[in-house]
Design a binder for this molecule. Structure first.
Ligand code: IPE
Ligand code: IPE
Ligand code: MG
Length: 254
């Protein structure tokens, strides 16, 4: 870069905007701080967060996003107080019971990634039921990461491939990035284009580490319960202004 040249941080100017992202993931963060800032218990933040999920799925559908992946509960979230975990599980059950039929009617295909619930058979049954009911739908692909941790997902994939090698079904040199990706929980999803995190935190917190290799990251100064279509549009506009290079050179440069 010539001395004095400004680093470009503005939108791409006259270059044509990027096409809309096919696959958007969201780290839905800030429920607790939203509640605190309103003088309410954390539970109320989570309850309002569930309403933001509803709005966001509808907005994604209207905006033509093909795949939406939401981080709902991390494998590290088990370290929270039992009371909060119980409330989160209660909300998840309520959400599936109240919204599954409507999601199905809207042609949404639901998929769960992560390790499910090892001890609450009712949560597990509802998750299984939601996937089974919507499996042939052709609308938005809504993936919910539940009891999900990316390192764990990668290790499980490595174990699965190791088992196949040990059984003589696969040669070590057949383990390519493509093959590895197909062994992850997200197999079959379009490549991740855009990763959004709300609440102002700027980290991935063990979410889609492999898949985010070339995703654009957008951190928004809004607590998740206040997220709505206009915030999603803001993230999409920011995405549209980025230069995605995938290791190459920017168009027009040589
Ligand atoms: C996100 O909000 C919800 C979950 C992680 C389940 P938080 O509960 O993390 O809210 P903050 O980060 O404490 O504000
Ligand atoms: C990430 O948020 C997990 C979800 C949004 C489900 P956390 O609130 O758990 O992340 P940290 O602890 O701030 O990194
Ligand atoms: Mg948080």
């Amino acid at each position: 870069m010539p001395a004095g040249a400004a680093i470009k941080t503005e939108a791409r100017g006259t270059a044509s905007p990027l096409p809309a992202p096919r696959h958007v993931a969201i780290i839905m963060d800030g429920n607790g701080r939203w509640a605190q800032s309103h003088g309410l218990p954390r539970f109320e933040g989570h309850r309002r967060g569930a309403e933001a999920v509803r709005r966001t799925v509808a907005a994604a559908q209207e905006l033509g996003i093909e795949a939406l992946t939401l981080y709902s509960f991390s494998s590290e979230n088990w370290s929270r107080p039992q009371k909060e975990i119980g409330e989160l599980m209660g909300l998840l059950k309520r959400f599936i019971r109240s919204d599954l039929q409507e999601l199905h009617a809207k042609n949404v295909r639901l998929r769960i990634i992560g390790e499910g619930h090892p001890t609450d058979s009712e949560v597990q049954r509802l998750l299984d039921e939601a996937q089974a009911l919507t499996r042939d739908n052709t609308g938005v692909l809504l993936t919910v990461a539940f009891n999900y941790g990316s390192r764990n997902e990668i290790v499980r994939a490595a174990q699965e491939l190791a088992r196949q090698v040990a059984a003589g079904l696969l040669k070590p040199e057949d383990i390519t990035p493509e093959r590895f990706g197909e062994t992850l929980d997200t197999a079959g999803l379009p490549p991740l284009d855009l990763m959004i995190r709300t609440s102002g935190e700027q980290r991935l917190s063990n979410f889609l580490l492999w898949q985010a290799a070339y995703a654009e990251l957008v951190f928004l100064p809004v607590y998740w319960p206040d997220f709505d279509r206009s915030w999603l549009e803001r993230a999409l506009a920011e995405f549209g202004g980025r230069d995605r290079r995938f290791g190459g050179v920017a168009p027009g440069e040589s």
